[in-house]
Design a protein around this ligand. Structure first.
Ligand code: SF4
Ligand code: SF4
Length: 407
């Protein structure tokens, strides 16, 4: 696609990066076929190709207004379009640049501003989040379902193995996950212990940067990332083999640290090193299972519908790995139609775009529940909490299922 950068930004590295992304697009429109918002709304500007035009206009210095913002805001940043695009257009990075430029030109106001401020203050702060959970728990029955369904489920097993193991990996506790679904990392610790791996725990959990980066607070998002690097760096002794993420939304962001901080002389090399060490838990377990596969006669008699988060399949390009592992451990995997489509959670999207998010969730649950699963499994805390509110069956992180397998 042709583009002529506005002279005012032509010297900026970020603008040149955006320009090179735009130039890769050949207008073919293949991406529209897999875009959830284009499918729901049928408007060119609510699909990836149309949004690339809108960001191009911003980069060329053309005027933009609230209509432009509405189309850019409706994007889930699910990156299904990147998976489909034959030209390798890095759409996600371009959209984040576009949103940031627009917020600089036309600052947000009123309720929109307030909602974002609350979210970007509360969610990334583990201590505030935990305090909120502690306050809300005793009032669970009085709270609206939107809130009570997000609170931790009572009775989940939270114990972690205490012994030491020769092999060690650092586990990312996460900001929301450590407060809302603490059972996930406890299950991960128990499963990895069976493979002889000890998890080193983060002392001060915090946000990987995703929340603020995805709400156009780039400067604060990069600050969150540097804080994480400062926390993790002293923990990465010679004996820590890898950094593990059990939330695919966090994993995809940390894998991007090298690119996000490549121009920062104080952090570029640490960021690149950390990005190279991060693995989704499915990658770690997959590697261990390849060395010592489970007994072939294992049968669990549990029917599972797996929802692969966009951050796993489109962001980290991990497809089929979790499903294969669950099959190997004897679970019966059910077919799920349109598995490439987003469930509508998409970080903060369910709060900022409740109507579209609700439509996507209803469609996703219909597909997931079509063959009457016993449970729905997923790989990201955001999807898990979003789906579980309206699901007829429990919605778990898949590592909890592996944790139930004996032997
Ligand atoms: S990121 Fe998702 S919602 Fe946004 S344009 Fe691409 S496919 Fe559509
Ligand atoms: S599929 Fe890729 S090249 Fe084609 S219009 Fe979409 S972004 Fe552009």
């Amino acid at each position: 696609m042709e583009i002529h950068l506005d002279k005012k930004i032509a010297g900026e590295a970020w603008a040149q990066d955006a320009e090179s992304i735009v130039r890769k697009c050949v207008h073919c429109g293949f991406c529209n076929a897999t875009c959830p918002t284009y499918q729901l709304l049928g408007h060119e500007s609510d699909g990836p190709r149309g949004r690339i035009y809108l960001v191009t206009q911003l980069l060329e210095g053309q005027p933009a207004d609230e209509t432009t913002r509405a189309h850019l805001d409706r994007c889930l940043l699910c990156r299904a379009c990147e998976t489909t695009c034959p030209s390798g257009v890095a759409y996600g990075r371009l959209l984040e640049t576009g949103r940031h430029m627009l917020d600089q030109q036309l600052p947000r106001t009123g309720l929109d501003y307030l909602k974002r401020k609350i979210m970007t203050t509360l969610t990334p702060n583990h201590l505030l989040m935990q305090a909120g959970v502690n306050l809300a728990r005793p009032l669970r029955r009085l709270l609206p379902p939107e809130i009570s369904s997000q609170l931790p489920i009572a009775g989940k097993r939270l114990t972690r193995p205490e012994g030491t193991r020769a092999r060690k990996m650092l586990l990312l506790e996460g900001c929301a996950q450590s407060s809302l679904t603490p059972e996930t990392n406890a299950a991960a610790a128990r499963v990895l212990d069976r493979f002889g791996i000890q998890l080193v725990r983060e002392k001060n959990p915090g946000c990987c940067g995703a929340v603020r980066l995805h709400t156009s607070e780039r400067v604060k998002g990069l600050r969150d990332i540097k804080q994480r690097i400062d926390t993790w760096w002293p923990m990465l002794g010679n004996d820590v083999e890898a950094i593990i993420s059990t939330a695919s939304g966090c994993g995809v962001t940390v894998k991007d640290y090298g690119d996000l901080l490549e121009d920062d002389p104080g952090y570029a090399s640490k960021a690149r090193h950390i990005a190279g060490m991060v693995m989704d838990i499915s990658e770690v377990i997959g590697r261990e299972v390849a060395k010592s596969p489970p007994a072939p006669e294992l049968r669990q008699n549990i029917k599972v519908a797996f929802h692969s988060p966009c951050t796993l399949q489109h962001g980290q390009k991990i497809t089929g790995q979790v499903e294969n592992l669950l099959r190997q451990f004897g679970f019966k995997l059910l077919p799920v139609a349109n598995a490439h489509l987003c469930c509508g959670s998409a970080g903060t999207y369910s709060i900022l775009q409740p109507d579209l998010s609700g439509q996507l969730k209803a469609d996703k649950l219909e597909k997931l529940q079509m063959h009457e699963p016993d449970v729905i499994a997923t790989a990201n805390v955001g999807c898990q909490l979003h789906l579980r509110k309206d699901s007829n069956v429990p919605v778990l992180h898949w590592i909890e299922l592996l944790d139930t397998v004996k032997g």
